[in-house]
Write a protein that binds this ligand. Structure first.
Ligand SMILES: [Zn+2]
Length: 106
C-alpha cells in the first residue's frame, strides 16, 4: 500500500469486544483485524452485488404466450424453436423482450 489513509470512527463496545476477541484468536492487532474485516466485507459485498442484484432493467417481469413467426432460438437454453411453435415472450419494465421456449421458465 503506497497511499494509506487513516480512519477514525466510533464503534459500540460490543463490536469492539468482538473484534478484540477475533484479534486475540488470530494473534493480530485490533487495527489489522478491523482493517481485514472492512476489506473482506467490501470485497464480499461487491462480489455478491454483482451476482445477485441484477439491474432492474434486466428483470423480466412480464410474460405472455405467443407463437414463433419464424425459426428462432430460446434466449435461455439456446434450443431451436421452430416456426409456429408455442413460445413465451418475456418483457422487462424497460420494454426489452426475449423469446423463450415452452419448457423454460423465468
Ligand atoms: Zn428454452
Amino acid at each position: 500500500m503506497t497511499k494509506e489513509k487513516t480512519l477514525n470512527f466510533r464503534i459500540s463496545k460490543e463490536l469492539y469486544e468482538k473484534i478484540k476477541k477475533k484479534a486475540t484468536e488470530n494473534h493480530e492487532t485490533i487495527s489489522s483485524t478491523a482493517r481485514r474485516f472492512i476489506q473482506d466485507s467490501c470485497e464480499i459485498i461487491s462480489d455478491v452485488a454483482g451476482e445477485i442484484l441484477t439491474p432492474r432493467e434486466q428483470i423480466f417481469d412480464f410474460e405472455y404466450d405467443g407463437k414463433a413467426v419464424s425459426d428462432t432460438m430460446c434466449s435461455l437454453c439456446d434450443k431451436k424453436i421452430k416456426r409456429g411453435s408455442k413460445i413465451k415472450i418475456q418483457e422487462t419494465n424497460a420494454g426489452k423482450k426475449r423469446t423463450v421456449c415452452g419448457t423454460c421458465k423465468k
